[in-house]
Design a protein around this ligand. Structure first.
Ligand SMILES: Cc1cc2nc3c(=O)[nH]c(=O)nc-3n(C[C@H](O)[C@H](O)[C@H](O)COP(=O)(O)OP(=O)(O)OC[C@H]3O[C@@H](n4cnc5c(N)ncnc54)[C@H](O)[C@@H]3O)c2cc1C
Length: 380
C-alpha cells in the first residue's frame, strides 16, 4: 500500500523548495531529513549565499536563474520574510585574463543586464577593492545575497501549511523501485511512495545507483569572515557581493549582514573528502595564511585576521554541473542533487522544476538537458 504520492529525501536547500512547490500542487508530500531542515552541517550553513545572473561558462543556466529570481520573490511574498537582498554584484579580474572575457561571452549569450566598470570607475565607485590598472569590474544589478536558513525554513513552514509533512532524523539507507512504487528505507523503517525526489545533497552518493555514484563526490568548502575598519563601507548599499579572480588568486564575499563581520572567502578551493558527514571544520595553517594574504592584498579596509571560520559539504558531479531529472531506467525516482558548489542561488527553481517534473506536470523551463542524469549513462 502506498504511503503517499511524493517523498522528498533531504530537506535542505533544494528539498525544502521541492516540498514547498509540490505542496502548492495540491498533494501532501512527505520530506525525510537525516538531521533537521537547515541544520548547520549541511550546505545551508554559513548564513548567506551569493545570487547572480551573470555566470561564466554556464549561459544555459540563465532560464533557471530567471525562474529562481521570480520564485525567491514569491517565497518572500508568501512568507513575509526578506530572503534575497539584491544589492548588486561585482565580478573583478584582469581585463584580458581568463575570467572577464569568458564572463562577457556568457553575458552576451544571455542578454543579462550588466555594466562594465574600468579601473578608474571601479576605484571611484568601490574604493574598498584595491585593484591594479589592468583589472576591471562587471556590475550585475540583479545580484545579491540569499539568507539561507530563513529561505529553507520559510519554504518548509509554507509547505507544512499546505499539508506537507517532515520526518526528522530519518536517514535513508536505500531507495529502490518496486512493482507498485518506490520503497525507501532507514535502518529501522520503510515506506512506499508513488514518486521520490532525491535531494540529499552531500549524502546522496549512498542512495544513488552505482553507475551514478561513480560520477559524484562530496567536497569540503570553507567560509571565513573578517571585521571591517569602517563598517559603513561594507554595508549592502555600499559594497555589492563580489567575485574576484586575478592571476592565481581568487576571493569572493558579501557585504556585512550582522553589522560587524564581512564574509570574504577563497574561491574555488573545494577539497574532495571521503566522508562528508564529518569534514574537518578547522582551517589548516596553509588555508589561514592564504586567506589572510589574499584579503590583505584585495581588501585593505578589512582587518587581516579571521574572526570566524567553518567548513561545509556539498556534492560535486564529475562535470561540476548537477543532476536534475529522472533517474535513468526509472519512471518514479527523480534526482535533484550534485549542484557542485553553485546550487543555492537557483535552489528555488531546482525544487520547483523537480516537483513539477517528478509529478508529471508541464515543464517549467525549456532545455535543462545538460543537467539530466542520463548524460552519465544507464544502470549497470
Ligand atoms: C561553503 C559553501 C559556499 C557556497 N556558496 C555558494 C554561493 O555563494 N552561491 C550558490 O549558489 N551556491 C553556493 N554553494 C553551493 C550551494 O550551497 C549548494 O549547491 C546547495 O546548497 C546544495 O543544496 P542541496 O539541497 O543539494 O544540499 P543540502 O542543502 O546540503 O541539503 C541536503 C540535505 O539532505 C540531508 N541528507 C543527506 N543524506 C540524507 C539521507 N541519506 N537521508 C535523508 N536526508 C539526507 C542533509 O542532512 C541535508 O539537510 C556553496 C556551498 C558551500 C558548501
Amino acid at each position: 500500500m502506498s504511503d503517499g504520492q511524493l517523498a522528498v529525501i533531504g530537506v535542505g536547500s533544494v528539498g525544502s523548495m521541492a516540498l514547498w512547490q509540490a505542496s502548492k500542487l495540491g498533494i501532501a508530500p512527505v520530506g525525510f531529513e537525516a538531521v533537521t531542515p537547515a541544520h548547520p552541517r549541511s550546505a545551508v550553513g554559513g548564513d548567506t549565499r551569493l545570487f547572480r545572473m551573470t555566470y561564466r561558462g554556464q549561459h544555459n543556466l540563465y532560464p533557471v536563474l530567471q525562474l529562481a529570481e521570480r520564485l525567491w520573490r514569491q517565497l518572500e511574498q508568501e512568507s513575509g520574510q526578506e530572503i534575497l537582498t539584491q544589492c548588486g554584484g561585482l565580478s573583478i579580474g584582469e581585463t584580458d585574463g581568463s575570467y572577464i572575457p569568458a564572463l562577457l561571452d556568457s553575458i552576451r549569450r544571455t542578454g543579462a543586464r550588466h555594466e562594465i566598470l574600468d579601473y578608474a570607475e571601479m576605484t571611484r565607485r568601490y574604493p574598498q577593492h584595491r585593484l591594479s590598472p589592468d583589472e576591471c569590474g562587471i556590475f550585475d544589478p540583479a545580484a545579491g545575497f540569499l539568507r539561507t536558513d530563513r529561505a529553507v525554513l520559510s519554504a518548509v513552514e509554507l509547505a507544512q501549511a499546505h499539508g506537507a509533512q517532515v520526518v526528522k532524523g530519518a536517514r535513508m539507507r536505500e531507495i529502490r523501485e518496486v512493482s507498485d512504487g518506490v520503497r525507501i528505507s532507514t535502518d529501522t523503517d520503510s515506506w512506499t511512495f508513488d514518486r521520490v525526489i532525491v535531494a540529499s545533497g552531500f549524502g546522496s552518493g549512498a542512495v544513488l545507483p552505482p553507475f551514478l555514484q561513480r560520477h559524484v563526490h562530496p567536497k569540503r568548502l570553507l567560509l571565513t569572515w573578517f571585521t571591517a575598519r569602517d563598517t559603513k563601507q561594507f554595508l549592502p548599499e555600499a559594497f555589492p557581493i563580489f567575485i574576484r579572480i586575478t592571476g592565481d588568486r581568487s576571493l569572493y564575499g558579501t557585504p556585512t549582514v550582522d553589522g560587524v563581520t564581512v564574509k570574504a572567502t577563497l574561491d574555488g578551493r573545494g577539497t574532495t573528502t571521503p566522508d562528508a558527514a564529518s569534514i574537518a571544520r578547522e582551517l589548516t595553517a596553509a588555508e589561514v595564511e592564504e586567506s589572510v594574504d589574499t584579503v590583505q592584498a584585495f581588501l585593505p579596509g578589512l582587518v587581516p585576521e579571521i574572526v570566524r571560520s567553518d567548513a561545509y559539504p556539498d556534492l560535486w558531479t564529475s562535470d561540476s554541473t548537477g543532476l536534475l531529472g529522472p533517474l535513468p531506467g526509472s519512471g518514479r525516482i527523480y534526482c535533484a542533487t550534485g549542484f557542485s558548489g553553485a546550487g543555492f542561488k537557483m535552489s528555488s527553481a531546482l525544487g520547483a522544476i523537480a516537483a513539477a517534473e517528478a509529478l508529471g506536470r508541464d515543464p517549467l523551463v525549456e532545455g535543462p538537458d545538460f543537467l539530466r542524469p542520463a548524460r552519465f549513462g544507464t544502470p549497470d
